[in-house]
Write a protein that binds this ligand. Structure first.
Ligand code: AKG
Length: 386
C-alpha cells in the first residue's frame, strides 16, 4: 500500500522542517520520513523499520490551493479533490481543512458570484446555440460560387457562418504561377521567417514568437518539398513577408478581388507555406478573413463562438481542445460541441466569420494566402494584446 493511500496519513506533517518541529541535540537517526522522535526520550536501540514506509507528504502549496479553488468553483465534490491532492503527494488533511473553510472566505464568496454570472451568460449562449444547431444541415459548410456582395454580407458576414467560395480565385495569375519551384526561382535567395522546432513544444502556437527562426527561402522550400508529413516547421501569417518590398511581386499575382473586398490587399494579406501535416490548433481570430488554397488541401474544423463555454478557453484566444484527437477525460464538455468539418481544395477560398473557433490541418504540401480586407467593419476588441 502506498503512503498516500493509507488512512490518516495526511494528519502527519510532511517533514520535520515543514511541521516546525525543533531539532534535538541527539544524534540524527534515520527515521522514516514523517515520523518524529519524541523530544527528550533516550534512544535504546534501533527499531526494525516499519513494513510500510510512508512517502514524504508535502504541505499544501499555493498552486494546489488555487487548483482547489478552481475546482470548487466548478462544483467538484470535496472528496474527489482531496483524493487528487493526496495522489499528487500533498497533505490531504490540509486540503480538507482548506476546502471546509472556503464558504467562510469572503474572496471565495466573491468568486462564486462571478462564477454564477458567468454561468448565466454561458446558459444564454448555449440556448441560442441549441436553436442554431436544430437545423438539419447545421454542420454542413456551404460551397458557393457567383456570390453577390449583398448575399455574402447578409448570409455569411452578418449571419456569422463559414462558407467555401469555389470561384473567388478562379482568375488569379497565382493559381497558375505559384509553386514551390517557382517561389524558389523568384525568391530563393531571400531570408524568410518561419516557425521551427514546433514538435518540441506542445504549446507551439501560444509560444510562436519564441519559435521564430530565420532561414533561406530556397532551403526551406526544399525541406517542404522533400519532407514527410510533419508539423515541425511552418511559414505562417506572422512572417509578415507580404509587407516586404522584395516580395511585392507576389501580390501582383493576386486578384481580381470580389466587390466585398477593398483594394488594400497589400496591408492585409499573409502567406502560409508548409508541408503536409502542419497543424494550427484551436483558436479564434480577432477579425474576419478569407483564406485561399493556391496549392494543396487543408482541413478546417469550425466551432461556433456560442460554444466557447465548452472549449476550456483559459488563455487568450486559445483552446486546449483538439478535435482531431479528443481527450474527453480532460475535456468532457467538448463531447457536446458540434464541429463543422470541411476540406478546402486548391483554388477554393474559405470565409472565417467573426470569432469562430477553428483548427486547421494541411493534408498536402500547401501554399495559401489569407486576407482580411473585407469591405465591412473588421476591427474588434477582444481584449487581446496583439
Ligand atoms: O492555415 C492554417 O494553418 C491556419 C489558418 C488560420 O488559423 C487563420 O488564418 O486564422
Amino acid at each position: 500500500m502506498r503512503a498516500r493511500d493509507r488512512k490518516n496519513h495526511g494528519a502527519r506533517p510532511a517533514s520535520r522542517a515543514a511541521a516546525g518541529v525543533a531539532r534535538s541535540s541527539e544524534p540524527e537517526l534515520a527515521l522514516p520520513p514523517g515520523l518524529v522522535m519524541p523530544a527528550g526520550k533516550a534512544v535504546l536501540g534501533k527499531c526494525p523499520p516499519p513494513l510500510d514506509v510512508p512517502a514524504e507528504i508535502k504541505p499544501l502549496d499555493d498552486s494546489w490551493r488555487q487548483w482547489i479553488v478552481d475546482n470548487a468553483l466548478r462544483r467538484c465534490p470535496a472528496d474527489g479533490m482531496v483524493s487528487t491532492v493526496a495522489t499528487a503527494g500533498f497533505d490531504p488533511a490540509q486540503a480538507s481543512g482548506f476546502i471546509a473553510a472556503l464558504p467562510h472566505n469572503p474572496m471565495y464568496r466573491a468568486a462564486e458570484r462571478q462564477r454564477d454570472r458567468y454561468e448565466r451568460y454561458a446558459r444564454v449562449m448555449q440556448n441560442v446555440q441549441a436553436v442554431r444547431e436544430s437545423g438539419d444541415d447545421y454542420t454542413r459548410v456551404e460551397r458557393r460560387a457567383d456570390l453577390s456582395r449583398d448575399e455574402f454580407i447578409e448570409r455569411y458576414v452578418r449571419g456569422c457562418r463559414p462558407v467555401v467560395i469555389t470561384d473567388l480565385a478562379r482568375d488569379w495569375p497565382a493559381m497558375k504561377r505559384w509553386s514551390f519551384a517557382e517561389f524558389k526561382r523568384r525568391y530563393g535567395s531571400m531570408t524568410v521567417q518561419v516557425q521551427a522546432g514546433r514538435d518540441k513544444d506542445a504549446d507551439y502556437e501560444v509560444n510562436k514568437v519564441s519559435l521564430r527562426h530565420d532561414t533561406n527561402f530556397a532551403a526551406f522550400l526544399d525541406r517542404v518539398a522533400t519532407s514527410d508529413v510533419t508539423n515541425d516547421e511552418y511559414l505562417t501569417a506572422s512572417n509578415e513577408l507580404l509587407r516586404r518590398p522584395d516580395f511585392a511581386g507576389l501580390l501582383e499575382d493576386v486578384g481580381p478581388l470580389p466587390d466585398y473586398c477593398d483594394d488594400t490587399l497589400r496591408h492585409s494579406a499573409s502567406l502560409w507555406v508548409g508541408p503536409a501535416g502542419t497543424r494550427t490548433p484551436l483558436h479564434h481570430d480577432t477579425l474576419m478573413l478569407l483564406h485561399t488554397q493556391i496549392v494543396g488541401r487543408k482541413r478546417w474544423r469550425f466551432v461556433s463562438p456560442l460554444s466557447a463555454p465548452k472549449l476550456y478557453n483559459d488563455f487568450d484566444v486559445y483552446s486546449p481542445v483538439d478535435f482531431e484527437a479528443l481527450d474527453l477525460e480532460r475535456f468532457p464538455e467538448a463531447a457536446n460541441v458540434k464541429v463543422l468539418d470541411v476540406v478546402v481544395e486548391p483554388g477554393e477560398t474559405v470565409f472565417l466569420p467573426l470569432a469562430w473557433w477553428h483548427q486547421v490541418t494541411s493534408l498536402d504540401k500547401c501554399i495559401s494566402l489569407s486576407f482580411t480586407n473585407l469591405d465591412v467593419p473588421n476591427k474588434f476588441d477582444f481584449g487581446h494584446a496583439s
